[in-house]
Design a protein around this ligand. Structure first.
Ligand SMILES: [Zn+2]
Length: 361
């Protein structure tokens, strides 16, 4: 190719590249202007400034230019790139701010709207009764003792003066795991275990917990229920100590003007044994449906610890004595809260449970 012709070709090429560059710049700027969000803006960035974009292509084509034209064209391309980049960044800032503003607007909280009520649960009425009794006795220097619900026949019966074949076992039919292992029928085995562990020391405990009987469930019977038993052993523990303790318990649970009366009864593990009644908290003794017209309500069984029970646990009945009592938490809760069916305590019906409003702060 003659030199002049080649020069004309190059002039044309430079002119063509400049034209193309201006066109690309205008296109890019228009698209940046039109970008509605950051994603669209990024698409423009990739399309025009990316490695596969037209501006990079133009740079690759610079090899066709003369050594003099190349730097000029290079500078021009850089100017366009810088310009497009600057406009793009400005636009990006604007779009980012807009996105933040939109997010804030959509998430704004109207503080004048009423709040949503958060449902707060109550303590179960049985838990409430047990905790009240625990508080009372802990305040009188008792310890809380617990033991296994799956228990040995020995601790559940034998150590409590109920040898195999004893007729009183019939009143406490249980669920047997094996001949020697059963679900405990009362919390008394905790007393037997504590006496065994204390090895002759004085004792002042209450034992709350689940117990089991093979009963058919009805309004007043449940195969599972909660008991709270108390045991005091030491020198000079007398029936009057038991009576004073039960009187305190009755007044705490059912009101300061309650009176108690003790009636003779029988339990294999206590001698003498008593049933405790309280004067009716509804009618005050005149007779009503709660006390079935008698003016008295049966609350619990108690007695002086049987000498055999003391002896089996390693205590000398000639030196020490003790008393024990047992309360059904359900019976207390039914009387206190006017519940007519024991099964309500175990059906987890929130309509029932929510009636016991929180009273504690
Ligand atoms: Zn009454």
């Amino acid at each position: 190719m003659p030199f002049e012709q080649a020069g004309i070709y190059m002039i044309k090429e430079v002119f063509y590249m400049e034209e193309q560059l201006k066109q690309l710049e205008q296109e890019a700027l228009a698209k940046i202007e039109a970008a509605a969000n950051l994603k669209e803006l990024n698409d423009v960035r990739v399309a025009y400034l990316g490695k596969k974009g037209p501006i990079t292509d133009l740079l690759k084509g610079m090899g066709k230019l003369s050594a003099e034209e190349r730097p000029k064209m290079g500078a021009l391309v850089n100017t366009v790139r810088e310009n497009v980049t600057a406009v793009l960044e400005t636009k990006a800032t604007v779009l980012e701010e807009a996105a933040i503003a939109e997010k804030l607007a959509s998430e704004s909280i109207d503080v004048t709207l009423p709040g949503r009520a958060i449902k707060v649960g109550n303590r179960h009425p049985l838990t409430r009764v047990i905790e009240e009794i625990e508080d009372l006795f802990v305040g009188m220097g008792y310890e809380i003792a617990e033991g296994p619900e799956v228990e040995k026949d020995y601790y559940n019966f034998e150590a409590l003066n109920l040898p195999k074949g004893h007729p009183a076992r019939d009143m406490q039919d249980s669920f047997y795991i094996s001949e020697e292992i059963l679900l405990r029928t009362h919390t008394s085995p905790v007393q037997a275990r504590t006496m065994e562990a204390k090895k002759g020391e004085s004792i002042r405990i209450i034992c709350p917990g689940k117990v089991f009987r093979r009963d058919n469930d009805d309004a007043t019977h449940s195969h599972q229920f909660m008991q709270i038993e108390g045991l005091v052993i030491g020198e000079n523990i007398r029936m009057s100590d038991l009576k004073g303790t039960l009187d305190t318990l009755a007044k705490k649970m059912f009101g300061a003007d309650r009176e108690i009366r003790l009636r003779p009864s029988f339990f294999p593990f206590t001698e003498p044994s008593v049933e405790m009644d309280i004067s009716c908290f509804k009618c005050g003794g005149a007779g009503c449906n709660v006390c079935k017209g008698t003016g008295w309500i049966e609350i619990l069984g108690a007695g002086m610890v049987h000498p055999n029970v003391l002896e089996m646990a390693g205590y000398d009945p000639k030196k020490v004595s003790g008393f024990a009592f047992g309360i059904g938490a359900e019976r207390i809760a039914m009387l206190k809260y006017g519940v007519d069916d024991i099964r309500h305590f175990y059906t987890s019906d929130t309509r029932f449970l929510s009636q016991f409003e929180r009273t504690e702060a």
